[in-house]
Structure formats: C-alpha cells, structure tokens
Design a protein around this ligand. Sequence first.
Ligand code: PAP
Length: 334
Amino acid sequence: MERRETTDQEAEQMDVESQDLVQNLPTEIGMGGNILYQYQGFWCPKLSINGMMLFQQHFEAQKTDIILASIPKSGTTWLKALAYTIVNRSHYSLEESPLFTNGPHGVVPFLEFDFSSENQFQELDKLAKPRIFGTHSPYMALPCSVKDSAARIVYVCRNPLDMFISYWKFSGNIRKENEKHLSLEDAFDKFCQGVHGYGPFWDHLSGYWKASTETPDKVLFLKYEDMKKNSVFHIKKLADFLGFPFSVDEEKQGLMEEISRVCSFESMKNYEATKSGTGPLGIPASAFLRKGKVGDSLNYLTPSMVGRVENLIQKKLQVSGLSFCMSDKLQNGV
Ligand code: PAP
C-alpha cells in the first residue's frame, strides 16, 4: 500500500474532529486529580486520549510484533525489561544492555503515550524486527491489525488490591501541586465502580483472559504473583511463547537465572535509567519502582475494603474461570 504524508489541512481537520469527539465524552475525576474520559466502554485518562485515538487509527501491526499489555500498575515495567532482554540477548550482553541506560520504558515505548502524530506511527515501519511495544489499551479497543495479525500479545495482570494501592500511591507521588489527589476512600469507591485509568479492571482482565483461552498461541496471560514466585519458570515460558527459546547451552550456563537477576526489582531500582532518567510523559523513572511486593495493599485497606474487592472479583470474574490468590494468601506475599 502506498503511503502519503498527511497534509496540514487534513491534520487540522482530524484534530478538530477528535477534539469534538472528546468534548462530548462523559468525564470523571480519577486518582491524582486526572480527568478520565469514558471512551469505547473504558475510562481513558486525558493524558492518553489523543494518543489512544492515533494508535487506533494509524498503528499497523506486523506479524513479528510483540505487544505487552496490562492495566496500569500490574507489572508492565518488569515485563518490558524481561521481554526486551530475552528478545535482544543475541545483540547485547547482559552487562551492556541499553536497558540500564534507557530503562524499560525507553526501550519499549507505549503505543498510546509515546507517539503523537500519524507520521510517527509510519516511522515505526523502519524499526528493527521484532518490534516490542507496550499498551494499557483494553483488548476490545486494540486496533484490528493487532488482533487479526500474527502479532503476539503478552498480558500481565495483578491482584486488583495491590494494583489499586500501587496506582493510588503512584498517582499521589507524581501529581503536580495544583492537582487534587483523591482520598484513599474516594479512590477506592471509584475503583470498585470501575472508574479508574483503563478500567473497569474486570473488563480489562476478562477481555485478555478470554482472548488467551481462545487463541493461546497469540495471547499469553501472566500473573504478577506467579512471576514473583517463580520468575525463572516464567522467563522460560515467555521466551518459548515469543519464539526465542533458550538453548540447552544457555540453560546450562544459567542464563534464565541471570535474566531474572538483572530484571529483578532490586537490580532495576539501581539502573542508571531508574535513578536519573524519566519514563513516559516525563515522569521520573524511579516512580515506576516503589516496593515491588505482593500483599502491600493489606497495609492500607481495611478488611471490609478487601471483602468488597473479593466480592467484586467473584461476581465479575469467576464466571470466566479467572481467579486470584486473595487476602489470606496475599498475607504471606512474596
Ligand atoms: P505502569 O503500568 O505505570 O507502567 P507497572 O510497571 O505496571 O506501572 O507497575 C508498577 C508496579 O510494578 C510497582 O508496584 P508497587 O507500587 O506495588 O511497588 C513497581 O514497584 C512494580 N515493579 C516494577 N518493576 C518491578 C520488578 N522488576 N519486579 C517486581 N515488581 C516491579
């Protein structure tokens, strides 16, 4: 297909059209005082609404693409580091990986945050294959070319209690002085109504879960807690799924253990890119690594709050067959 540049007039027209569309969407205030738009059945943060539309309109998936998907605060940064390291291990020694200087968000861009024009999407054709991207888009909102091509999707999810606390803490930490952070109680109430970035979480999770059960060769579904429990096992699983399996020699040399160590929370916290770099939208990279623990939410939520989420999960997700280790097991978190 022959491509041509968008003219200034067309770009202006598109801008006006998307502005009109956005202005008519229902809104809510989310954590960190961010505006959320109800867009295509999910709550899209204002910061990424234009990017989301551009992604949907202009991204052309290639059959070798790797798309790392998640709802925020579920292990995206970790998954980016792991997938990038696995796929590029023949190009860079572990000691010299660009991951240390550019960080996971630098080497694996987000499709709805990091590109702001049609031209930038077209430029992506020139990237070396396989291209690796991140997204917080719900499955149903992904462009058709991602769903219909042979591009592979890896989804990481996390116990919603920990995901919520991680999101709430992050939003409070990065907000600007003039932005009003929601109290824990208000944010939690909205979370339970599905009003949070890219929520409702149950729709996000069940969309990718369903796709992974229907097309397991296309969508790999991972859980943060399982990865924490046995990261080497999941590194092997990820490498096999992505088509970059470890050779017998690599296994003998302990390469999977080495990748697990290099991408562990403790190691990543000390990357130069984490200590002094920025992540998406200019946010300090250090904000993406807080505690990295399972069960931290129990330090913040009351038993009745925990019970409310447990009920929600049962009501909204059990039917799909998706389950989580809940409060009793979280207590013994990794
Ligand atoms: P994002 O969606 O904004 O990119 P994401 O990386 O999904 O964020 O989530 C951040 C969480 O993953 C943080 O959890 P916490 O607030 O409970 O601490 C962060 O610490 C955790 N995290 C980041 N890197 C790692 C890692 N290498 N191992 C384990 N957890 C990690």
